[in-house]
Each structure stands twice: as C-alpha cells, then as structure tokens.
Design a protein around this ligand. Sequence first.
Ligand SMILES: Nc1nc2c(ncn2[C@@H]2O[C@H](COP(=O)(O)OP(=O)(O)O)[C@@H](O)[C@H]2O)c(=O)[nH]1
Ligand SMILES: [Mg+2]
Length: 361
Amino acid sequence: MDASKKVDLKIIIIGALGVGKTSLLHQYVHKTFYEDYRTTLGASILTKVLAVDSTPLKLQIWDTGGQERFRSMVSTFYKGSDGCMLAFDVTDRESFEALDNWRDDFLEKVIPREHDFPMVVLGNKIDLSDRQVPKETASAWCKEKDIPYFEVSAKNNINVAEAFETLAKQALSTSQIRADPWGHWCPQALCQVSQALYQLSQALYQLSQALYQVSQALCQVSQALYQVSQSLCQVSQALCQVSQDLYQVSQALYQVSQALCQVSQDLYQVSQALCQVSQALCQVSQDLYQLSQALYQVSQALCQPAFARVLPGLIRSSCLGAAVTHPFPSPVLFQYKGIFESYLTDSIKLTPNDKPKQSCC
Ligand SMILES: Nc1nc2c(ncn2[C@@H]2O[C@H](COP(=O)(O)OP(=O)(O)O)[C@@H](O)[C@H]2O)c(=O)[nH]1
Ligand SMILES: [Mg+2]
C-alpha cells in the first residue's frame, strides 16, 4: 500500500450501556473525560488521524450513541466496519457476561464475514475498587477467542491509546489483505520461500564443503596409491629383467651341464679303457718280473764253471722244466715262451724229442 495515501478505517465500539464507551472515545480523541455523558440517540462519529507503520490513518470511530439498549438497532452500524471494540465495565459482571452476545451478534451481521475480524476487548474503569471481573477471567475469555485484551480507564487515561492503536493496526492489516490479497500474501510467501531456499542453500553449501573435503582426501589417497603402483611397476620390471637374465643364465648353465655330462661320459669310457689297459700292463709287468727272475737264476747257473760241460743238458732240462712247471699265464707273453724255446733249441741244439721229464726238476 502506498504510504503517501491516507487510509480511512471505520472502527465501531460496542458493549453494554454505561460501560464507558463514549468516555473512552472522547478520552482517545479529545483527551477529555466527563463524569456524566448525556446519552443521545443516534450514532456519533469521531475522527482521529494517526500513523501506523508510516501509513497515515484516518480513524472514523462510531459510537452507538445509546442505541445499545436496543441491540437490533446497533447492528445497522456494523456495515463497512474495519474493526470492532468490545467494551465492558470491570465493576459490572453482567456487562462482561454480555460480551458473548455482542461478539456473536457483530460477527453474524458484519460484512464481510470473517472469523478473525479485527477486534479488541476493553475492560474499563479499572480505576474503581469495586471490581467484579478479575483480570484473569477476562484474559482467559479473550485468550480463548484469540482477541487482545486491555484493561483501561477512560477516567485516568490508562491504556486507552494503546488499545485503539492496536485495533487500528489490525484493521489496517486486514484492509490491506482485502484490497490486495495477493500483494499481501506474496511477500510473506516469498519471504518464507526465500528463507527456506536460504536454509537449503546453507545445507547444500555445508554438504558441498563436506564432499569437497572427502574428495580432497580421496584425491590424496589416489595419488598415494598411484605412487605405490608406480613403485610396484618399477619393481616388477626390475624383477622381470632379473628373471630374464636368470633364465638366460639357467639356459647357459643347462648347456654347460649338458656338455659336462657328455664330457663326463666320455671321460668315464676313457677311464674304463685306461683301467683295462692298466690292468693288462700290470699283468705284463708281473709276467716280466717273473721272467726276469727266471732269467736271473739261469744266468747265475750259467756262470758256474762246473756246470759248463753239462750246461746244455741242464739248460735244456731246467729251462724246459721251468717252462712246463711255470707256463706263461698271459697270451701276450706266450710269444716270449716261443722265442725263448727257439733260442734254447738253436743255442743248445735241443731236439723236440729231448723234452725233460717233469720229475727231473
Ligand atoms: N470511574 C470511572 N468512571 C467512568 C469511566 N469511564 C466512564 N465512566 C463513567 O461511566 C458513566 C458512563 O459512561 P459513558 O461513557 O456514558 O458510557 P457509555 O454508555 O458506554 O457510552 C459515566 O458516568 C462516566 O463518567 C472510568 O474509566 N472510570
Ligand atoms: Mg455512550
């Protein structure tokens, strides 16, 4: 609503006769109080200009002017009201108990019909001591109806202005809603929506912060894992190279072992042959040794002069006997036997028939 535009609001004050309605009205508008107001039939209207939240208001306050004695007549003034004051006398219990009827009658006839019509309750004459309506009783009634309650005194000007201005604020707010319901609703709704969005954005911001920190931690972990994987890759490459080298070494060693195996087999065969040769040589050396022994004995005998004449016969008998008694064991040396026998035959001129008897040796 434009703050520069003056708003006219119609306020009506109702309640039992003599509770001080006219007195309250004059106290608020003229700051005056008279002990005795002359009741005149017919509504009287007082005007009060004030500003509520920098909005200038022109309050038209309608006083029933004594017609409250005939409630049905009062209802004719309800039309077009923007706010209603329910007044009772705290020293008059009946005036308080009549509030229900006044309220119901007003709400029944007021146009437009609104359950939360702007309304305040005034408990007047609190300056008097003979009170019949406790404050708690009146407050409880008003609280039940959700109506602001003011304990006032028109005589002493207690809470009078506060009560009128509270009603004026309510009436102004309600009239603004009526005049521009969307204009009234939208700012509130938009405010609530913006607040909700703000809270949501805050929550999302905190969530994004948490996710950012988690992503940072994961990034560091992934970097560490990457470095570990790099190291493992290098180690595996080195191990691969080592295994390849070891494979080649093992191949070479295998070939060497194969060659050595072949060489060992050859050497074994050679050693076998050498062994046989050595055995044969050993046998030959033994035979030669025995032969040399025999020749030595023969040479000794031949050196004796006494045996010179019988030498041929002795040689023949002893040598042939030895040859028969000690035949050559080896086929290799057997040929020496033949050579020796031919030598003896040629030198001593033995005949084959002159073989010695075995008994002579
Ligand atoms: N002690 C006292 N008397 C009051 C007060 N307000 C009104 N009166 C007196 O109550 C009588 C009725 O007042 P009035 O304003 O005519 O009541 P209305 O019929 O409701 O308009 C008058 O004699 C007033 O002087 C008040 O706050 N204190
Ligand atoms: Mg009056």
